[in-house]
Design a protein. Structure first.
Length: 456
């Protein structure tokens, strides 16, 4: 068990590694969810999707508290603080300092941690308190575990099933453990739940929850229940995990497999809570989450790094011949993962989100040519973020767009529609692809269509 002083020193080192990454903050919100969080900094209103369900009250509050210090980078700073905190937790649970630093540095080098720590997503701060609950249970401190669980739910309410499994298993057979965990959970919930219910209202919360659940498990959630084939999901799961960890590159995979073999030799010492963390969450991710989102793999990556903290090259389980290859594989994995993560972070920092590109195009068309209707799925949300005054509509098909235009009293001069819309665009629509390329934004752009309503 590390002392508080040594943990603070480790945190300071990890934070010093993380803070320079603020130079790589993305120029705009990276997706629809991030736009919701950005809007919530000024106007917290669940009915207007600022943010989306289930509300993330402590995440938005933390962003607001950091705003005087970091300005528009408040969420990025929060993500970096959480990343450094998780690295410190990994070091604090290690068998020795060497394996602790190995796990901490590897965590900070992972591509998914690099990218997600700089974006407006609640995953990393919530994961910090989730990990706190896990490790408090490992040390048989149910009161602290319950407190961390209550705070974690304020950052991300969807962590409830995983926390219920952890708290239930960690206090099984210990009546006082249940009592202490429940007391801590109650204190953690009191920090945010009363304000949240007053701010949102129970009826509005339930209505938003019903609508969100219908969409998440319906037409847009990309889960096993929304038309995505079950046959292809295991492969997509492995591909997503490999991309988030960097193991989709051969040399990174080779170094990782050496360490994986070492972890497998110590597998019996990983403990019940480790299995209760990884197995249920893996099943939830496989069937109930969007497998293309790198942030959804963060709990599994953390579990993998924690497993590494239980492996030490100085243990008798490894012979002298095995120690140096193990250390070499670890060093290679750290270097290769970092070399893989940096270009991805640079690309995210200098390439605006595709939907943001389309919103900028609409603003330029309106300034030069006249009133514009901006249509798409995520695209109109970016216009909300930047306070644009143009007419905008969230639609998912060209058919719905034509119906909407037919119902307008006065049609706009131009229509800009993103290629997110399904169906066939009007014959007069021009496909614009060079807009982003001419501005040096690269080739990963969201193509947009431009046309004048009423033209054949």
């Amino acid at each position: 068990m590390k002392t508080c002083h040594s943990c603070l020193k480790v945190f300071a080192v990890c934070l010093a590694i993380c803070l320079p990454r603020l130079w790589l903050l993305p120029p705009t919100a990276v997706d629809f969810d991030a736009v919701d969080f950005e809007l919530a900094l000024d106007d917290y209103d669940l009915s207007r999707l600022s943010p989306h369900f289930p509300g993330y009250p402590l995440y938005v509050l933390a962003g607001r508290l950091l705003r005087p210090l970091a300005g528009s980078a408040s969420y990025g700073l929060l993500g970096l603080l959480a990343s450094a905190g998780l690295a410190t937790c990994l070091h604090g649970t290690a068998r020795d300092s060497q394996s602790g630093w190995a796990a901490a540095l590897l965590w900070l080098a992972l591509p998914a941690v690099w990218l997600e720590s700089l974006t407006a997503h609640a995953d990393l701060p919530a994961l910090l308190f989730l990990a706190g609950a896990w490790w408090a249970l490992e040390r048989e401190q149910p009161l602290a575990a319950g407190l961390a669980a209550g705070v974690a739910l304020g950052f991300r309410l969807s962590a409830l099933p995983l926390l219920a499994v952890l708290l239930g298993a960690g206090t099984l057979g210990r009546p006082r453990g249940w009592l202490h965990a429940g007391l801590g959970l109650g204190v953690g919930l009191l920090l945010w739940l009363p304000w949240f219910l007053v701010q949102v209202g129970p009826a509005e919360f339930l209505a938003q929850g019903q609508a969100f659940s219908a969409g998440h498990f319906g037409d847009w959630g990309q889960t096993a229940f929304s038309g995505v084939g079950l046959v292809h999901r295991p492969g997509a799961f492995l591909a997503g995990l490999a991309s988030a960890s960097g193991w989709n590159q051969p040399w990174v995979l080779a170094a990782g497999l050496v360490l994986l073999a070492a972890v497998a030799r110590r597998g019996a010492q990983l403990g019940t809570l480790w299995r209760l963390w990884t197995l249920p969450y893996s099943l939830w991710l496989l069937f109930g989450q969007n497998l293309s989102r790198g942030r959804h793999y963060l709990p599994l990556l953390l579990a993998g790094c924690w497993a590494l903290t239980q492996v030490s090259a100085d243990q008798p389980a490894f012979s002298a011949r095995q120690k140096w290859p193990l250390r070499g594989a670890l060093l290679a994995l750290l270097l290769l993962t970092t070399l893989l993560s940096v270009p991805r972070a640079v690309r995210q920092a200098y390439l605006p989100a595709p939907a943001a590109q389309a919103a900028r195009l609409a603003a330029e068309v309106e300034r030069r040519l006249g009133p514009v209707l901006l249509a798409g799925d995520a695209v109109p949300r970016y216009a909300d973020l930047h306070g644009a005054r143009m007419l905008r509509r969230r639609l998912r098909s060209f058919g719905a767009l034509q119906t909407y235009l037919a119902g307008l009293w006065q049609a706009p001069s131009w229509v800009v529609a993103s290629s997110e819309l399904s169906g066939s665009p009007p014959a007069s629509a021009s496909l614009l692809q060079r807009f982003a390329q001419d501005r040096g934004w690269g080739s990963e752009t969201l193509s947009v269509f431009l046309w004048r309503p009423g033209e054949p």
